[in-house]
Design a protein around this ligand. Structure first.
Ligand SMILES: [Cu+2]
Length: 252
């Protein structure tokens, strides 16, 4: 009898240890990784890059698979058909929705958006959304992105200055990734002979921050934008959308 109780307890302990091991091996813990070589090696999160696209899906911000240094101010889904009431976005990690406030539909009915909590922890977020149409039908979609604040140290640090200039030179933004304080006015100047643009993601919808979009900037042309709200702002030049990309991380 005592032997049977012993083996039962041993069994419970072993199963418990196994569950503990499985539950903890996925937890990012950079401090336990001594062989770090680059900041990217700190990223122990794996973001699934596959996208489940709802009917009429066009694009989304953040991009599927992206790992941002801080939460974006909002998540936006672009479609090519009129959205209707009932459409929703959830921004989930471990069953908690880090969306803030209600999901809204833009005036042109082609973008669905929801603010994201800036205190959302690092990790992988799965955005699940429901896009509904005027006939009452709805379709579900899904994509994932990550947040890793360790990346903040890899950005050009221009915090605590009120004015920053980004040059557009040799078909690149310089600096490409910038860290600023809320309230900073950023000015882009085109040093190249070819025309450039400053466009909020996604391409070509340019909906993430609708007011953050320049007109064509010829050589010597400039564009300024003041970032008042904290968050990660991915952007690009729509003339060189595949390669000329940038990011502004705004901190409070
Ligand atoms: Cu360009």
């Amino acid at each position: 009898m005592a032997q049977r109780v012993f083996y039962t307890i041993l069994g419970i302990v072993l199963v418990g240890a196994g569950i503990f091991f499985l539950a903890n091996r996925r937890t990012p813990n950079p401090s336990s990784t001594p062989e770090r070589s680059t900041p990217a090696a700190d990223l122990e999160i794996q973001v699934p890059s596959e996208v489940k696209k709802a009917a009429h899906y066009e694009s989304n911000t953040p991009e599927a698979g992206a790992i941002l240094p801080t939460p974006p101010p909002s998540v936006v889904i672009d479609v090519n058909f009129d959205l209707a009431t009932g459409s929703t976005i959830e921004i989930l990690q471990n069953g908690t929705d880090y969306g803030s406030g209600e999901t809204t539909i833009d005036g042109n009915k082609l973008a669905l958006r929801r603010a994201m909590r800036q205190d959302a922890p690092d990790g992988v977020y799965t955005v699940t959304y429901r896009a509904c149409w005027p006939d009452g039908s709805c379709h579900d979609g899904q994509f994932s992105f990550g947040i890793d604040r360790d990346l903040l140290t890899t950005l050009t640090d221009s915090r605590n200055t009120s004015e920053v200039t980004i040059h557009m030179s040799q078909i690149k933004f310089s600096p490409i990734e910038l860290r600023i304080s809320a309230g900073t006015r950023v000015t882009w100047v085109n040093d190249d002979a070819v025309a450039h643009y400053v466009n909020t993601d996604a391409h070509p919808a340019h909906t993430h921050i609708p007011t953050f979009n320049s007109t064509e900037l010829k050589k010597g042309g400039s564009y300024s934008y003041t970032f008042t709200e904290p968050g990660a702002y991915p952007y690009h030049c729509s003339a060189h959308a595949g390669t000329m990309t940038g990011l502004i991380a705004v901190e409070s």
